[in-house]
Design a protein around this ligand. Sequence first.
Ligand SMILES: C[S@@+](CC[C@H](N)C(=O)[O-])C[C@H]1O[C@@H](n2cnc3c(N)ncnc32)[C@H](O)[C@@H]1O
Length: 268
Amino acid sequence: MDATSAVELLEAQPRVWDHSLSYIKAMTLQCAVEMEIADVIQSHGEPIALSELAAALEISAAKAPFLSRLMRMLVHMGYFTQGRGGGTEELYWVAPLSQLLLKNNPFNARSLVICLNHPNVVDPWRHMSAWFRSSNDDNIIHDTAFAFAHGGKKLYEVCSADAGFGQLEAFEGLSSLVDVGGSTGTTAKVIAEAFPSIHCTVFDLPNVVAAAAAAASAESLPNLDYVGGDMFTDDIPPADALLFKVLINNLCCHFLTERVVYNVSLFS
Ligand SMILES: C[S@@+](CC[C@H](N)C(=O)[O-])C[C@H]1O[C@@H](n2cnc3c(N)ncnc32)[C@H](O)[C@@H]1O
């Protein structure tokens, strides 16, 4: 082995370690969300010592040293700050990033974190090589690794079968949703089927909606309807959430932003 390849090999090694262990960040974040660490520190009102944090989280003394490691990782990831103040014990405080972990922040990403780390979502990645290698000889076409890992089920079928997982979706707590530029309604239909308590509206140009509604009439869902209009000039129906999927990148951003921000502000 020549000197260059030895150096390259040496430099490559930590990268492989980094890639292999990168799940630690996701799992650390999930742990922080589940334990509500940001809420506990914020409600303490001032930087909190590790011993106080352990007590507030009801962690036994034997496990407190591991909490220190968890907090070190979360500080490294930018969710908390760490310092000693005037004393000897490490003190932790919330960094701006942890605002997205707070339960009382309506824009928090808690459900997203839990959902994206859920075994239902992670398992397909673990099965990816098996999916690539699998054949369709058994006549079961698993067109995605997700279906392969879930016995042929699609995402909304898994949501329907697993109420806990379904509630973790970004749609938690919604009673209405408008899929703006929803085209034929494929996405809205999946959401309406998976979440019968959410009223879904497909909003698209009148000619698109007319065709989509006619095609869907045979398999109509009670919580799915179609409204025709131009989002730049017509009112988008009010709803708890607006979905813009594969839309904003296709349209004039400046005009769209002005119009949509105006529309969204009407609902907030
Ligand atoms: C690329 S498709 C995206 C469809 C769908 N959201 C999806 O993810 O598959 C863009 C959609 O935006 C709709 N659209 C374009 N301009 C629009 C406007 N001014 N108002 C409402 N819908 C519009 C089009 O008719 C089309 O169905």
